[in-house]
Design a protein around this ligand. Structure first.
Ligand code: SAM
Length: 482
């Protein structure tokens, strides 16, 4: 039976509830009046505490996703843009993945790391190699990483992951530093989540892959990941272990996207209902070609327009949740979805174990790649491209370092302090990037952007302080934040 507060995966991601929601959405996809009402409910509203959004239930959001009235769809996109602007402005947070190990004991049929794949060489970074990778990433300008690993209790036990996190945080090369390490590793125990928390991680990310239990079990035929409930209840254990920033996601292409969408939002509702805080981020990866993996054998692939609609509807349904896309997506697709709700993107990514150190931007290793990277530009190219489109690339990691995790980040949104806090932080970290890593052309565009944008910090005292920090960064100091 559907119960948002149940700790049992089959109850909070209840199959019948999803089917009924999809049926309701199908019946109402032409119901203009209802769609208008749903959009009205989701609009940003001025309150005594600033601008607030109510969000939507999985049922309401499913109606928007199913809607096929062209002018209503335009309104959906407009609202997604408005919400994005209200809470994220033009800022886009930058990160890079760091692959630690591709040893894996699972048999996920869509993933090249599956244990039966004899085509890829297995590799695990030594601490010296982690160090080399981190130096290469710092030299690109990255401050925020997402570490990735296969699941293998012998080759990549939690102690190995913790050691890598320690190494990553310890490296200070020139002006570089990794200030936030997000972690994407397999579902684990409360005790291990507690250890990750103690190691100072940012977000714990775990993709559900699919919320459809039957498909899940077929797609994960063996290994610890086969256990649907253990996987689906992982975020509850992570929160019990003290991690309050968790990142959800599904791998689009595995099952029907409307089913996944409803499941994803039900998962977010469950976290909010039980722990008082929803997911910090939602990722929207799509299945890609990879070693031993042909995405065409999975017949639920979605086109770019459907993908954009999903992004817009997520933005409207969970306005305070960051949204992430990776270099699985092309430049063209990224441009489209950034405006509709995506707030974090990766740049200059390598999806192979040991893919950064010793390789130039043209010369990338393919043998251990997790999947084909669609956007192959360098970080500098991505930063310049974002600025040319009017966005502000941000290397900010301030919130979690200031203890603004979980609901405290949302409180910041609600009291309308974003423009006095996130906006200058984005500009300060962009200034650091320009100073230390940017090409002359990127630097020129960025300096002009910062001079212009700093004037948009509303509080005069904050603005003055930010201007002081900017000039100190230009004179060699680093790591200021609000
Ligand atoms: N091993 C960890 C786990 O079990 O959750 C996570 C690490 S894995 C490197 C990160 C994610 O890559 C997976 O959760 C999956 O969604 C995604 N992935 C796997 N195969 C893929 C493919 N062929 N194309 C795109 N993404 C893929």
């Amino acid at each position: 039976m559907y119960d948002v507060k149940s700790m049992n995966a089959d109850d909070f991601i209840n199959h019948e509830e999803i089917l009924e929601s999809l049926e309701y959405a199908e019946q109402n996809k032409h119901n203009r009046e209802l769609i208008e009402q749903i959009l009205e409910k989701a609009k940003p509203k001025k309150t005594g505490r600033g601008v607030e959004c109510a969000g939507l239930s999985h049922r309401e959001a499913s109606v928007l996703l199913a809607c096929d009235i062209p002018e209503m769809n335009e309104k959906i996109y407009e609202l997604a843009r408005e919400i994005k602007q209200a809470f994220y402005g033009d800022r886009i947070v930058m990160f890079a993945p760091l692959y630690l190990s591709n040893y894996c004991v699972n048999k996920c049929v869509y993933c090249p790391y599956h244990m039966q794949n004899k085509e890829i060489p297995r590799k695990k970074l030594t601490q010296d190699e982690v160090r080399d990778e981190v130096i290469a990433l710092q030299d690109m300008g990255h401050k925020r990483l997402a570490i990735e690993s296969g699941e293998d209790p012998v080759n990549n036990p939690i102690e190995y992951i913790l050691e890598c996190i320690n190494t990553i945080y310890s490296i200070k090369h020139k002006n570089g530093a990794i200030r936030r390490v997000n972690v994407n590793i397999a579902a684990t125990t409360v005790e291990n989540y507690r250890k990750l928390k103690e190691a100072g991680i940012g977000t714990y990310i775990l993709f559900q892959e699919t919320y459809h239990r039957e498909s899940y079990e077929v797609l994960h035929p063996a290994g610890p990941k086969h256990n649907y409930c253990y996987h689906t209840e992982a975020m509850d254990r992570a929160m019990e272990g003290g991690i309050d920033d968790v990142g959800l996601g599904v791998l689009f292409g595995l099952d029907k996207y409307r089913y996944e969408f409803a499941g994803l939002l039900m998962h977010a509702e469950h976290l909010e209902a039980v722990h008082g805080v929803g997911p910090h981020t939602i990722s929207v990866p799509r299945l890609r070609r990879a070693s031993d993996i042909d995405p065409d054998v999975f017949d639920n692939g979605i086109d770019d327009d459907t993908f954009a609609k999903i992004v817009a509807c997520i933005r409207i349904a969970v306005p305070y949740t960051g949204m992430i896309i990776s270099t699985r997506e092309s430049e063209e697709c990224r441009a489209k979805v950034i405006g509709l709700g995506v707030s974090q993107i990766s740049g200059g990514s390598r999806t192979s174990v040991g893919g950064y150190a010793g390789y130039s931007s043209e010369d990338r290793p393919h043998d251990t790649e997790q999947f084909d990277v669609s956007d192959q530009r360098t970080l500098d190219e991505v930063v310049k491209w974002l600025m040319d489109m009017g966005y502000i690339p941000s290397f900010c990691t301030a919130c979690y370092r200031e203890g603004r995790t979980g609901d405290r980040f949302m409180a910041l949104c609600k009291v309308g302090q974003i423009q006095n806090c996130c906006h200058p932080n984005a500009l300060l970290t962009l200034q650091e990037y320009l100073q230390d890593y940017a090409s002359p052309e990127t630097k020129k565009v960025g300096e002009a952007l910062i001079d212009r944008e700093i004037q948009n910090v509303p509080d005069p005292k904050r603005r003055e302080k930010a201007l002081d920090y900017l000039s100190r960064i230009r004179n060699g100091e680093r790591d200021f934040r609000f």
